[in-house]
Design a protein around this ligand. Structure first.
Ligand code: DQA
Length: 152
Protein backbone atom coordinates (compact mmCIF):
# COMPACT_ATOMS: atom_id res chain seq x y z
CA UNK A 1 0.00 0.00 0.00
CA UNK A 2 1.20 3.51 -0.73
CA UNK A 3 2.21 5.69 2.19
CA UNK A 4 0.02 8.54 3.42
CA UNK A 5 2.47 11.24 2.31
CA UNK A 6 2.16 10.18 -1.34
CA UNK A 7 -0.90 10.43 -3.58
CA UNK A 8 -3.72 8.21 -2.43
CA UNK A 9 -4.73 5.93 -5.28
CA UNK A 10 -8.01 4.13 -5.80
CA UNK A 11 -8.59 1.41 -8.36
CA UNK A 12 -12.07 1.08 -9.89
CA UNK A 13 -12.70 -2.28 -11.56
CA UNK A 14 -15.60 -2.89 -13.94
CA UNK A 15 -16.47 -6.47 -14.84
CA UNK A 16 -17.93 -8.13 -17.92
CA UNK A 17 -20.38 -6.36 -20.23
CA UNK A 18 -19.99 -3.05 -18.42
CA UNK A 19 -18.10 -1.80 -21.48
CA UNK A 20 -21.55 -1.78 -23.10
CA UNK A 21 -23.09 0.66 -20.62
CA UNK A 22 -25.18 3.30 -22.34
CA UNK A 23 -26.80 0.84 -24.72
CA UNK A 24 -26.97 -2.30 -22.55
CA UNK A 25 -30.41 -2.72 -20.97
CA UNK A 26 -30.73 1.01 -20.18
CA UNK A 27 -33.89 0.37 -18.17
CA UNK A 28 -31.72 -1.50 -15.66
CA UNK A 29 -28.34 0.19 -15.97
CA UNK A 30 -29.08 3.73 -17.18
CA UNK A 31 -27.84 5.60 -20.23
CA UNK A 32 -24.42 6.77 -19.02
CA UNK A 33 -21.51 5.14 -20.82
CA UNK A 34 -18.56 3.66 -18.96
CA UNK A 35 -16.50 6.62 -20.16
CA UNK A 36 -19.04 9.00 -18.61
CA UNK A 37 -18.75 7.16 -15.29
CA UNK A 38 -14.95 6.96 -15.38
CA UNK A 39 -14.60 10.65 -16.29
CA UNK A 40 -16.87 11.63 -13.42
CA UNK A 41 -14.86 9.49 -11.01
CA UNK A 42 -11.56 10.96 -12.15
CA UNK A 43 -12.90 14.51 -11.71
CA UNK A 44 -14.40 13.74 -8.31
CA UNK A 45 -11.14 12.04 -7.31
CA UNK A 46 -9.25 15.28 -7.96
CA UNK A 47 -11.60 17.14 -5.61
CA UNK A 48 -11.23 14.43 -2.97
CA UNK A 49 -7.45 14.23 -3.31
CA UNK A 50 -7.53 10.76 -4.84
CA UNK A 51 -5.89 9.49 -8.00
CA UNK A 52 -8.43 7.23 -9.69
CA UNK A 53 -7.36 4.38 -11.98
CA UNK A 54 -10.09 2.58 -13.90
CA UNK A 55 -10.05 -0.87 -15.48
CA UNK A 56 -12.66 -2.90 -17.35
CA UNK A 57 -12.40 -6.49 -18.51
CA UNK A 58 -14.70 -9.20 -19.75
CA UNK A 59 -12.21 -11.83 -18.57
CA UNK A 60 -12.11 -13.28 -15.06
CA UNK A 61 -8.36 -13.96 -15.06
CA UNK A 62 -7.55 -10.41 -16.15
CA UNK A 63 -9.61 -9.08 -13.26
CA UNK A 64 -7.82 -11.42 -10.83
CA UNK A 65 -4.44 -10.20 -12.08
CA UNK A 66 -5.48 -6.56 -11.77
CA UNK A 67 -6.61 -7.16 -8.19
CA UNK A 68 -3.26 -8.82 -7.41
CA UNK A 69 -1.41 -5.74 -8.72
CA UNK A 70 -3.52 -3.43 -6.54
CA UNK A 71 -1.81 -4.77 -3.41
CA UNK A 72 1.31 -2.69 -3.97
CA UNK A 73 -0.19 0.11 -6.01
CA UNK A 74 -3.48 1.27 -4.57
CA UNK A 75 -5.00 2.34 -1.26
CA UNK A 76 -8.50 1.08 -2.01
CA UNK A 77 -10.52 -0.87 -4.56
CA UNK A 78 -14.04 -0.20 -5.83
CA UNK A 79 -15.33 -3.15 -7.81
CA UNK A 80 -18.41 -4.00 -9.82
CA UNK A 81 -17.69 -7.63 -10.67
CA UNK A 82 -20.91 -7.69 -12.78
CA UNK A 83 -21.96 -11.29 -13.52
CA UNK A 84 -18.80 -12.62 -11.80
CA UNK A 85 -20.28 -11.27 -8.56
CA UNK A 86 -22.47 -14.32 -8.41
CA UNK A 87 -20.00 -16.97 -9.55
CA UNK A 88 -16.36 -16.08 -9.06
CA UNK A 89 -14.48 -17.68 -6.19
CA UNK A 90 -11.30 -16.61 -8.03
CA UNK A 91 -12.19 -12.93 -7.74
CA UNK A 92 -13.27 -13.43 -4.14
CA UNK A 93 -9.96 -15.13 -3.30
CA UNK A 94 -7.94 -12.38 -4.98
CA UNK A 95 -9.81 -9.72 -2.99
CA UNK A 96 -9.24 -11.68 0.24
CA UNK A 97 -5.49 -11.17 -0.13
CA UNK A 98 -5.79 -7.37 -0.22
CA UNK A 99 -5.21 -5.48 3.00
CA UNK A 100 -6.88 -2.32 1.71
CA UNK A 101 -10.55 -1.30 1.81
CA UNK A 102 -12.86 -2.75 -0.83
CA UNK A 103 -16.27 -1.43 -1.86
CA UNK A 104 -18.63 -3.55 -3.95
CA UNK A 105 -20.90 -1.63 -6.28
CA UNK A 106 -23.83 -2.51 -8.53
CA UNK A 107 -25.85 -0.21 -10.73
CA UNK A 108 -29.04 -2.20 -10.23
CA UNK A 109 -30.45 -3.44 -6.93
CA UNK A 110 -29.36 -7.07 -7.20
CA UNK A 111 -31.78 -8.03 -4.40
CA UNK A 112 -34.81 -6.86 -6.42
CA UNK A 113 -33.83 -9.06 -9.37
CA UNK A 114 -33.61 -12.79 -10.14
CA UNK A 115 -32.77 -15.05 -7.20
CA UNK A 116 -29.40 -16.02 -8.71
CA UNK A 117 -28.30 -12.38 -8.40
CA UNK A 118 -29.06 -12.24 -4.67
CA UNK A 119 -25.87 -14.11 -3.79
CA UNK A 120 -22.63 -12.12 -3.96
CA UNK A 121 -19.33 -13.99 -3.64
CA UNK A 122 -17.59 -10.77 -2.62
CA UNK A 123 -20.08 -9.07 -0.28
CA UNK A 124 -18.50 -10.33 2.93
CA UNK A 125 -15.00 -9.52 1.70
CA UNK A 126 -15.93 -5.86 1.07
CA UNK A 127 -16.24 -3.11 3.68
CA UNK A 128 -19.63 -2.34 2.21
CA UNK A 129 -21.87 -2.64 -0.81
CA UNK A 130 -23.75 -0.02 -2.84
CA UNK A 131 -26.51 -1.45 -4.98
CA UNK A 132 -29.42 0.09 -6.86
CA UNK A 133 -28.50 3.76 -7.30
CA UNK A 134 -27.46 3.54 -10.94
CA UNK A 135 -24.33 5.42 -12.05
CA UNK A 136 -24.63 7.72 -9.01
CA UNK A 137 -23.60 4.73 -6.90
CA UNK A 138 -20.05 5.06 -8.21
CA UNK A 139 -19.66 8.60 -6.89
CA UNK A 140 -21.17 7.50 -3.57
CA UNK A 141 -18.61 4.69 -3.47
CA UNK A 142 -15.71 7.05 -4.16
CA UNK A 143 -16.86 9.46 -1.46
CA UNK A 144 -17.10 6.56 1.01
CA UNK A 145 -13.66 5.35 -0.08
CA UNK A 146 -12.17 8.84 0.43
CA UNK A 147 -13.32 8.74 4.04
CA UNK A 148 -11.90 5.25 4.56
CA UNK A 149 -8.46 5.83 3.03
CA UNK A 150 -8.15 9.04 5.04
CA UNK A 151 -9.07 7.16 8.21
CA UNK A 152 -12.26 9.18 8.77
C1 DQA B 1 -24.55 -5.69 -12.11
C2 DQA B 1 -25.56 -6.73 -11.63
C3 DQA B 1 -25.14 -8.12 -12.09
O1 DQA B 1 -26.09 -9.09 -11.64
C4 DQA B 1 -25.08 -8.16 -13.60
O2 DQA B 1 -24.63 -9.44 -14.03
C5 DQA B 1 -24.27 -7.07 -14.18
C6 DQA B 1 -24.34 -5.74 -13.61
C7 DQA B 1 -24.99 -4.25 -11.75
O3 DQA B 1 -24.14 -3.37 -11.79
O4 DQA B 1 -26.16 -4.01 -11.49
O5 DQA B 1 -23.60 -7.26 -15.19
O6 DQA B 1 -23.32 -5.93 -11.43
Amino acid sequence: MKKADTNLKVLVIHGPNLNLLGTREPDKYGTDTLDDINTRLTELGKKLGLEVDTFQSNHEGDIVEKIQCAAGEHNGVIINPAAYTHTSIAIRDALLVLEIPIIEIHLSNIYKREAFRHKSMVADVAEGQISGFGPAGYTMALEAMARMVNGL
